[in-house]
Design a protein around this ligand. Structure first.
Ligand code: AMP
Length: 283
C-alpha cells in the first residue's frame, strides 16, 4: 500500500489508473480506524480496481476545541489495518497541505433545513466543514465511487445533496452501520468511554430498536418522549436530540400518516463523550 501526504503526489500516482479509465473507490475518514471503516474499505476493494482511503482529522468540522484535541489519532496502526484490508493508497495530508496558509476555500451551498437541524443545530458549522473537505478530496482523487456509513446518516444526506448541487459524477455508496457485539455503533469516540460507560453504552441502540419495534402503534410524540426518558433513566446519559424523521428529507415527522420511510436518530452524551446513532423504521 502506498502512503502519500501531498496532493501533487496523489495526482501523479493516480494518473495511470485514470488514463485507463479504471474504477477508483474512495473512503474518506478521520482515522482511529475500526471495523466500521474497514467494512467500507473492503466493499470498495470488491467493487473497484483501486481503493484510496484518506485519513485527515478535519479541524473545520469540529465546533468544539476539546473534541478536536481529544480526537484519537493512530496513523501507524491505521496504515497497518488499511494494508490488511486491501487498500491500495492511504492519503494522509497535513493541515498545511489541505488548508495552505490557513486558507479555507468556502463552498457556499444551500441545503435548506437539511444542514441546520439535528447535527447542524447542535454542531454549528459542522456540515460546512464536511462539505469543504469532502469536495476538496473528491477533486484531488476523482473517485468513481465514494463510500459513506449510515452511522452518520445526516452527513450521508448532505453529501448526496452536495453531489446533486455541484453535478458531481461520483457515485455515493451508502453502507450499513457496523456494531459491536452488544449493539453499540462502532465509533472512534467509543475509545474515550470509561469502562463503566462502555458497559452501559448499548442503551442507545436498545432504545432505538425498541422504537422500531413499537413502530406506528404509538404516536410519534409519545414514542419520542418515551425514548428520551428511557435513555436518561441512567443519569450518566444526556440526550441532546432524539428525532423521528423522514428518511429522505430528514424533516421531523409529527404523525405517522402515510409515512413508510422514517428514521429515528439520536445524539446522546455519555459522560463527556457525544455519541450518535440511528435506525431506519419500517424497513
Ligand atoms: P469518520 O472517521 O468518523 O469520519 O468516519 C469515516 C466514514 O466511516 C464515514 O462515512 C462514517 O459514516 C463511516 N463509519 C464510521 N463508523 C461507522 C460504523 N460503525 N459503521 C459504518 N460506517 C461507519
Amino acid at each position: 500500500m502506498k502512503e502519500i501526504t501531498t496532493i501533487k503526489e496523489v495526482k501523479q500516482w493516480l494518473k495511470p489508473y485514470l488514463k485507463k479509465n479504471l474504477r477508483i473507490g474512495f473512503v474518506p475518514t478521520m482515522g482511529a480506524l475500526h471495523e466500521g471503516h474497514l467494512r467500507l474499505v473492503r466493499q470498495s476493494t470488491a467493487e473497484n480496481n483501486i481503493t484510496v482511503c484518506s485519513v485527515f482529522v478535519n479541524p473545520i468540522q469540529f465546533n468544539n476545541q476539546e473534541d478536536l484535541s481529544k480526537y484519537p489519532r493512530n496513523l501507524s496502526q491505521d496504515a497497518n489495518l488499511l494494508r490488511k484490508s486491501g487498500c491500495d493508497m492511504m492519503f494522509c495530508p497535513g493541515l498545511e497541505e489541505m488548508y495552505p496558509g490557513g486558507r479555507i476555500d468556502n463552498v457556499e451551498l444551500e441545503f435548506g433545513l437539511l444542514d441546520k437541524i439535528m447535527e447542524g443545530k447542535f454542531r454549528p458549522g459542522h456540515f460546512r466543514g464536511v462539505v469543504i473537505v469532502v469536495n476538496k478530496l473528491f477533486n484531488i482523487i476523482s473517485p468513481t465511487n465514494a463510500y459513506f456509513g449510515k452511522k452518520d446518516y445526516q452527513q450521508l444526506m448532505v453529501i448526496n445533496r452536495m453531489k446533486e448541487a455541484l453535478g458531481l459524477a461520483v457515485n455515493i455508496i451508502a453502507c450499513e452501520t457496523v456494531r459491536e457485539n452488544d449493539g453499540l455503533a462502532m465509533s472512534s469516540r467509543n475509545l474515550r468511554l470509561t469502562i463503566g460507560e462502555r458497559q452501559v453504552a448499548r442503551k442507545i441502540f436498545e432504545v432505538l430498536y425498541k422504537v422500531r419495534e413499537k413502530g406506528t402503534k404509538t404516536p410519534v410524540w409519545e414514542l419520542r418522549e418515551w425514548a428520551i426518558k428511557k435513555i436518561q433513566e441512567d443519569s450518566r446519559f444526556r440526550v441532546e436530540y432524539f428525532e423521528i424523521a423522514d428518511r429522505e428529507t430528514l424533516m421531523p415527522i409529527e404523525s405517522w400518516g402515510q409515512k413508510t420511510q422514517a428514521i429515528a436518530l439520536a445524539a446522546v452524551y455519555l459522560g463527556d463523550v457525544r455519541l450518535i446513532d440511528n435506525v431506519e423504521l419500517f424497513s
